[in-house]
Write a protein that binds this ligand. Structure first.
Ligand code: HEC
Ligand code: HEC
Length: 335
């Protein structure tokens, strides 16, 4: 046993050395396309897509689309992700979302509108991809450099695959659209997308586009600046009524967090209590009888993982060491 352990440690040590060497040069480049390629080898190549082909996320007032939209208006189901103050608020219409793949590989493209424009205008204010490998748990996050700062937006008629070296003539290049890995890391995606890859809110749930993998492995194992991200854990307690349908993640889902780019964010779990579980028909008293203790237990365990009765478990795959070997193996990643 002791012998095995020391051999294991030697192996780990070599792995760390190797990964330091491989990623060291990558980090200097901080290149969006290299990141796209690393994600493609862990997960899959994303296809090019047209934002306008996506399903519109409806923005309604009292159940109907208003005759006119105005900046900072109220609506039935606002987008939850905070937008920059200079933009037009959470009720801007005509964001578009599309499932690009939903098998062992899940890929989704989201084109957010943060400024009011005509329905079929091709410009969008934040273009985002999440890609996820259900077998290994690998998850990658991509976002456009522009996040509502430039009111012109980006032309979304051909969103280039993040791994594409050069676009067809006259089309937008991946390096011009996509944020570099460091810039993506600075957005802190994992803090919110911590229970599983997919965030569900009443806004996006109006579409039929969201993949789901509620109990699958979930880890950002692409290396580079993402090594600085905390690893989300599953927070649970015995007989908990909230965790029967999905996990509760240990970062912003269960507790408030200071998130890069977005600042202090309240727990998603308590934000969600007005609509969780979906379609629940209990009265307030009955709801409290079923769920209140469970929510309190999760909050307590979130704040202190060592607190009695708390089950805090990793959600990355057990095979992550072999996956990491594949990434740093130059033959496999084509480097
Ligand atoms: C502050 C919390 C937060 C952060 C940080 C965050 N997101 Fe999200 N994201 C959300 C929420 C909430 C939704 C659901 C849609 C909505 O209501 O805005 C969402 C939805 C999405 C979707 C649509 C699919 C889905 O899961 O619903 C994509 C794609 C996405 N985010 C990508 C990203 C990327 C890429 C980053 C990092 C560059 C990121 N997100 C960072 C909160 C966050
Ligand atoms: C009957 C099943 C069910 C129960 C019980 C349930 N949820 Fe959910 N919950 C869902 C579904 C379905 C979704 C959205 C789809 C998905 O994530 O696949 C969801 C989404 C969420 C989200 C959205 C954020 C994210 O990461 O996607 C939060 C937060 C949440 N639930 C919290 C809770 C809390 C807190 C409780 C206990 C009060 C609870 N849920 C109980 C079914 C349930």
């Amino acid at each position: 046993m002791a012998k095995l352990c020391s051999r294991m440690w030697t192996a780990f040590f070599i792995l760390f050395q190797l990964s330091a060497v491989t990623y060291g040069s990558e980090e200097n480049q901080d290149d969006a396309v290299q990141y796209g390629k690393d994600c493609a080898s862990l997960i899959a190549d994303a296809p090019p897509f047209n934002c306008l082909a996506g399903e519109i996320v409806r923005v309604t007032v009292d159940g109907k689309e208003p005759a006119e939209y105005s900046p900072n208006m109220n609506c039935d189901n606002p987008a939850y992700l905070p937008y920059p103050k200079a933009a037009h608020g959470q009720c801007v219409p005509y964001s578009r979302v599309q499932t690009l793949r939903d098998d062992d590989i899940q890929i989704l493209g989201l084109c957010r509108r943060m400024f009011i424009r005509p329905k079929d205008d091709p410009h969008f204010d934040s273009i985002e991809i999440i890609m996820h490998n259900k077998k290994t748990g690998s998850t990658c996050f991509m976002i456009s450099k522009n996040f509502g700062a430039n009111p012109q937006g980006d032309d979304g008629r051909r969103v280039p695959p993040p791994s594409e070296e050069s676009p067809p003539k006259g089309q937008l290049a991946a390096r011009d659209l996509w944020a570099t890995p460091q810039q993506v890391a600075d957005h802190g995606c994992i803090y919110c997308h911590d229970s599983d890859p997919w965030m569900y809110t009443p806004w996006i749930a109006q579409t039929s586009q969201l993949p789901s993998d509620p109990f699958g492995y979930h880890s950002v194992d692409v290396g580079g600046p993402f090594r600085a991200w905390p690893k989300p854990m599953s927070i649970n307690t015995r007989g908990n009524t909230c965790t029967g349908c999905h996990r509760i993640g240990s970062l912003n889902t269960c507790g408030s967090q200071k998130i890069p780019t977005f600042g202090d964010q309240p727990p998603k779990m308590t934000q969600a209590l007005t609509w969780m579980p979906p379609g629940s028909s209990e009265g307030a008293e009955e709801w409290a009888a079923i769920y209140k203790q469970s929510v309190d237990d999760l909050s307590r365990c979130c704040g202190d993982h060592q607190s009695p009765g708390c089950r805090v478990e990793p959600i990355d795959s057990k095979s992550s060491w072999t996956d990491r070997l594949k990434v740093i193996n130059p033959h496999h990643s084509g480097r």
